[in-house]
Each structure stands twice: as structure tokens, then as C-alpha cells.
Design a protein around this ligand. Structure first.
Ligand code: KIV
Length: 280
């Protein structure tokens, strides 16, 4: 049985911090799920870390569906949240159609929408229809062309706007709220005003949970690490060294050996060759 949004709320009520990680494919979902991570996010960050775009803006609903299906197949316990991508939830009707696809075709258990008060009526309609919604405010990557990728809510008016946004998303019935690139004291203030858990990324330790991007955590690129991320492994370096070894072994004839090969009875091979070449 998968974790439900009610159990996520219970974690928050018990004061247990909630870990969440992005996953974009079967294997990563399986690893995170087996490690006991309760929330998996099929984030539209896949546009950058998997598909090589410079932002999340070009990601389509079909692309999200492809990855969500794999993550659902790879996990059994975790609650899988799927991002609705850019401009796929501009009206209630469109949001319902998009959420319908990700829940029915991909099988995710919840959707995530970026935005505050302006998105709250859409979130409320989805919740009314039985669709668990996770909100996302602060730096909202789909608005990168408007906001720039920087900390939000530093000035008093902007901070007040974010608090109102958070309250509006909670009032809409969201079960959790991502706070991205928000000053830690403001994120703590929002967290203490909300009943639902906040999930921070670049928002300090005062949030009810944390989310990290898979590729950041495991060092799957060598040239870039956002300030809010911690690298738990340096896989790009290790993988690069391993691939160099493999390529050298292929060139030298050191791979494969008998260990990676299967054998065949010599007489059977002769018989097959005779069938192809004709009997001598
Ligand atoms: O797309 C994503 O990975 C996200 C997280 C950064 C919260 O939205």
C-alpha cells in the first residue's frame, strides 16, 4: 500500500521531518522507494537534468507522462507527485484535463502546481474533484523568465505576498506546499502559520520537509551545484572513470572474458556452419 496524504499530514503532526526527492525513471524510483523515502516528485526539472533544456518551460505533458509512468512502475510505497508542466493548468477545465491524464494514464497519486493566490481557485477545484494537490511558491521555475532564478520574498511586501500565497494554497485544500528559494526565517514563519507541511528547497531547516533534485544529490554533473543542494555522492566522476576503463578494456580486448560469455558445443557449431555453407 502506498503512503497517503493523510499519513503525510500525520508525519507533520508528529513533528517527523519529511524527506522528498525527485525521480524521473524506474530505477531511481525503485532506489528511493526501497530506501523508504515517503514522497517522490516527478518534477518538471527533468526538462533540465534529463532532457537538456535550459529551463522547465519547454517540458510537455506527454514528456511528463512518459517519466511518471516509469516512476509509478518503480515504486510501491511512496506517494508519487507529478508536476503539471508550464501552461497546462491555466483554467480549471485545462487543469482537470491535465490532472486526469497524469492520474489515469500515469497513475500518480497527486499533482503539483506552481503559484499562489492566482492558482488557488484552480487548486481548490482539483481538490473538490478528489485530486490531491501539492502547491509550490517562492521561486517557481516555470516563471523563470519573469522572476530570474533567485531567492524570493526578501522585501517586506514580497514576503507578505508569499505568506498570503501560502495561506491561499492551504485554504484551497492542498495537502502540502513546496517553498523554493525563500529566506529561511520567512519559510519558518510560513511553516508555523500552516497546518499542512511545507517542503523546502533552498528554504532552510524550519520547513516540515525537504525536497532535493536527484541529479544534484548524486553529483550527476560536474560543472554545477545549486547553493541549496548538498552532493551526497560524486557519481559523474566515478561514472566517467568507469566508462574510460570500459572503453580501454574493449579496445584492448580485455572485455568481455569467458565470464561474461556463454559457450556452445563445438560439434553443434560445425553442424550449423555446414547448414549455412553446405556440407563439404
Ligand atoms: O521540478 C522540480 O524538481 C521541482 C522541485 C525543485 C521542487 O519542482
Amino acid at each position: 500500500m502506498r503512503i497517503t496524504i493523510l499519513e503525510v499530514q500525520k508525519l507533520k503532526n508528529r513533528g517527523e521531518r519529511i524527506p522528498m526527492v525527485t525521480a524521473y525513471d524506474y530505477t531511481s524510483a525503485q532506489i528511493a522507494d526501497r530506501a523508504g523515502v515517503p514522497l517522490l516528485l516527478v518534477g518538471d526539472s527533468l526538462g533540465m537534468v534529463v532532457l537538456g533544456h535550459t529551463s522547465t518551460v519547454p517540458v510537455t505533458l506527454d514528456e511528463m507522462l512518459h517519466h511518471m509512468k516509469a516512476v509509478v512502475r518503480g515504486s510501491q510505497r511512496a506517494l508519487v507527485v507529478g508536476d503539471l508542466p508550464f501552461l497546462t493548468y491555466t483554467t480549471c477545465e485545462q487543469a482537470i484535463a491535465s490532472a486526469c491524464r497524469v492520474m489515469q494514464e500515469a497513475g500518480v497519486q497527486a499533482v503539483k502546481l506552481e503559484g499562489g493566490t492566482s492558482v488557488a481557485p484552480i487548486a481548490a477545484r482539483l481538490v473538490e474533484l478528489g485530486i490531491p494537490v501539492m502547491g509550490h511558491i517562492g521561486f517557481t521555475p516555470q516563471a523563470v523568465n519573469q522572476l530570474g532564478a533567485r531567492v524570493q520574498g526578501r522585501a517586506a511586501a514580497a514576503a507578505a505576498r508569499l505568506i498570503r500565497d501560502a495561506l491561499a494554497i492551504e485554504a484551497a485544500g492542498a495537502f502540502a506546499l513546496v517553498l523554493e528559494l525563500v529566506p529561511a526565517p520567512l519559510a519558518s514563519a510560513i511553516t508555523s502559520r500552516l497546518r499542512i507541511p511545507t517542503i523546502g528547497i533552498g528554504a532552510g531547516a524550519g520547513c516540515a520537509g525537504q525536497v532535493q533534485v536527484w541529479h544534484d544529490m548524486f553529483g550527476l554533473y560536474t560543472d554545477f551545484l545549486p547553493r541549496h543542494a548538498r552532493r551526497y555522492l560524486s557519481l559523474a566522476e566515478q561514472m566517467s572513470a568507469a566508462i574510460t576503463t570500459y572503453a580501454n578494456e574493449v579496445r584492448e580486448g580485455a572485455f568481455p572474458t569467458a565470464e561474461q560469455s556463454s559457450t556452445m558445443d563445438a560439434a553443434t557449431l560445425q553442424e550449423a556452419l555446414a547448414l549455412v555453407d553446405g556440407a563439404p
